[in-house]
Design a protein around this ligand. Structure first.
Ligand SMILES: [Zn+2]
Length: 359
């Protein structure tokens, strides 16, 4: 098994499983913030590694591994939406690299695309047909596969079915059901599970994340998502304040959160309030943290369901160039109004009210 210290610790086992598979097309799926992209890169490095001992691949030292580490391996091709290049450290969005950059005047001013364009897929297929430069294999990583629209997905089908020479493809998907059935059926699947809680906590602690248990819960147990939240300026204290702040309608406290994060937090809050209503444990917020919203009364189920669908709608427009402050006011106002309409009393289940604190 690879002992690469840069590998996320929970990926060692799935990496060994993936490297052992014979499939020429592999679909990595499961929760998003666990490292599908990182596993895809490690698999590519492993298949391309030139170490004599295949048990230690990827070795991290050979010429091939060094080329992978510097993003310069001629037998590795990455299909990534422009919008993900900078966040993932694979060049800036302006650099493109999808095979179609620079073909449209004024494109650099546009918001980086979240799609993997058909032109990029066609260029990748053409790359796949060339002979391997270093003579071992060729690997194409498509992340995330759902970023390919219908035309791009269809363009890939023949290559997925009969890859030229020693080409291997790795696709990632948060939800395989979002892919074309014809794409899904041509891939062998490898599911990436949530890492063990203690392992994620230890990893977050080693990275200097404060109150990692709060952020890890906030991220639904996905450690990379917890790190992304911390990088966006959220911390455990801020997260725990959300229910009380929303209950009071104090939008100003949340005004500097990125809109995507605010909507995500409200969706998780709504989810947890539904859990409490249903008598099941909340997932993203501690029970005590939710007490300002549930201790005296709680919105009716129908009101929560309505709020959930309004938030889903809001999440589809989270990049609309509305004034972020106004959007924040509107979203928090919408939430706090849930407590201003007549409702039935719903005492918090599972904990005595006087132990809840955090008012
Ligand atoms: Zn190597």
């Amino acid at each position: 098994m690879s002992d690469d210290p840069t590998l996320l610790p929970w990926l060692a086992m799935p990496l060994a499983q993936g490297l052992a598979l014979r499939a020429h097309a592999l679909l990595l799926h499961g929760p998003g913030g666990v490292g599908q992209f990182e596993l895809g890169l490690a698999l590519a490095a492993g298949w391309l590694c030139e170490a004599a001992d295949d048990a230690s691949r990827p070795c991290g030292h050979c010429a091939s591994c060094r080329l992978m580490a510097t993003q310069a391996h001629p037998d590795f091709h990455l299909l990534l939406p422009e919008a993900l290049r900078e966040p993932l450290g694979w060049g800036t969005a302006e650099e493109g690299g999808e095979g179609d950059s620079g073909t449209r005047a004024g494109k650099s001013k546009a918001r980086p695309s979240k799609e993997i364009r058909v032109e990029a897929v066609r260029a990748a297929i053409e790359w796949g047909q060339r002979t391997s430069s270093r003579g071992r294999a060729k690997v194409m990583l498509i992340h995330p596969a759902q970023a390919m629209n219908l035309i791009a997905s269809n363009a890939l089908l023949k290559t997925l079915e009969e890859p030229a020479g020693r080409l291997r493809l790795v696709l990632t998907a948060h939800d395989p059901e979002a892919l074309l059935p014809t794409v899904r059926s041509r891939c062998q699947r490898l599911r990436l599970e949530l890492p063990p809680w203690a392992q994620s906590l230890a990893w977050l602690t080693a990275r200097g994340v404060a109150r990692p248990e709060v952020l890890l819960a906030a991220a639904g147990g996905q450690p990379l998502e917890a790190v992304a939240m911390a990088a966006d300026g959220l911390d455990g204290d801020a997260w725990e304040r959300v229910p009380a702040v929303v209950r009071r309608g104090s939008a100003a406290v949340l005004a500097d959160w990125p809109l995507v994060r605010l909507i995500d937090a409200l969706q998780k809050l709504c989810h947890d309030l539904m859990c409490v209503r249903a008598g099941t444990p909340p997932r993203y917020f501690g029970l005590a943290t939710l007490s300002p919203m549930t201790a005296d009364d709680s919105p009716a189920w129908a009101a929560l369901a309505q709020w959930a669908s309004e938030l889903t709608l809001a999440s589809r427009h989270d990049e609309h160039p509305w004034h972020a402050g106004l959007r924040c006011d509107a979203l928090v106002g919408q939430a706090s109004r849930l407590w201003q309409t007549p409702r039935s009393p719903a005492p918090l289940r599972g904990a005595p009210l006087d132990t809840l604190g955090a008012r």
